[in-house]
Design a protein around this ligand. Sequence first.
Ligand SMILES: [Zn+2]
Length: 280
Amino acid sequence: MDIRRPIALLLFLSLLPAPAFAWGRLGHWLVGELASYNLNPRARAQVELLLKGEQDPTLAGIASWADDLRGNDPERFKATSRWHYINAKGGGCAFDPERDCKDGGCVTRAIEEQVKILADKSQPLQARRDALKFVVHLVGDAHQPMHAGNRDDAGGNRFQISLRTPIQPEEYARKNYVDGVMGTNLHSVWDYYILASAGLNPKQYARKLHRQVPSAHAVGADSAPLAWAGESCSLIDAHQLYPQQHVMTHAYLDAMRPLAEQRIIEGAERLAELLNTALK
Ligand SMILES: [Zn+2]
């Protein structure tokens, strides 16, 4: 075996930029888990049927599938990478699908399209299964404020952050973690570090958030993806998500965690409502 090839591959991989595309695994897992508590029996049975044969046949278990395509099916990931976010190109938080979903789509349109496939029983099972996986993931993404902003920085991916933290970074980012300081960006802080810094395992976290659900019923009946994205966008300025400086401590993570958790809860509620309607 030619030893140079794996080395070349490793070198290549380490040079690839790895922008974050979503709540990290934990965030998506929580949205799926909390939503599963609120499925009606009919939707629950449909989910079971659609996910039969999956390694982890639960909403939580498939919630990161759309991100995992990056490694498992790069072509498909590329074709769907714009489905994970929307950017208000005109500034403000009024998204315009005609303007903002050009060139490969956006999260709000993708949710609407995938829900249609999911609800259509004349579609092949495989198509509906994939649609379910996309919907579970993308409803989570639409609730992550950094996935629906209006700045010209790729959803905070280009807003550099130097974070002092004991939290081990996700695998792909290990090389940027030196002497307890993580070189990252605001998007990744929201995807990963805010929730990870709660120090809870997924089950514990789901229990904690589930107890908060009744008080979180300011969710509202508005189930339009465009409205969820608009909310996400408004939160960015209303809660000053962009820090004054690029050096960050856990004080920021602690201050923002309640908002991130609220968005997880809201995302889960909307997802359950959406599935209950689509799978009736
Ligand atoms: Zn995503």
